[in-house]
Design a protein around this ligand. Sequence first.
Ligand code: CA
Length: 220
Amino acid sequence: MRILLVEDDQMLGDALRTSLKQEGFTTDWVRDAEEAELALATGDYSLLLLDLGLPGKGGLDLLAELRSTADPVPVIILTARDAVPDRIRGLDAGADDYLVKPFDPEELAARIRALHRRRAGRAVPLIEHGSLVLNPATRQVHRDGRRVHLSAREYVILAALMERPGTLLSRAALEERIYGWGEEIESNAVEVHIHNLRKKIGAETIRTVRGVGYMLADVP
Ligand code: CA
């Protein structure tokens, strides 16, 4: 999952990016609304983490503009403890959830997972496909009841495929999910991860559509 973090506080931004990475999320971090608009226009994000008190245009204005263009990206707003009216305005302006600073990074990660689950129309936390079971909270994968050990990037790719069975994901779409800004994209990395995934979860589980991308195979 690729996240756009809009936060002007250097220390908080740094800490958030680090903790989100530990939770398995790829995060791009911008410091103001203008940079955020540019990032949203060019990138494909699963979530926007939005500080409201930004220099220049505020987070609430950014959110209102985003929703006025019918951009459906899920939004969690980050607010100060005493800013109840801002939270109400944020939710009414189209935010999906909010967190009050200071917050526990683990709570943020859990809220991100819950929001993602609701958006995908799932009420249960586990994602199942045939004999494969993926738990987004623990980032563990089991096949036929046995734990399968995946690397961080193998996990991200498998989660992307399992979240949307029947959807074809291009190599570029998968690269977007596993690399943040400034990270060098190794050529063929996706192919290598898919190759290793197939060895671990069964060659027949992931289909290659030549020249287009990858998708989960139908459950027999
Ligand atoms: Ca701020």
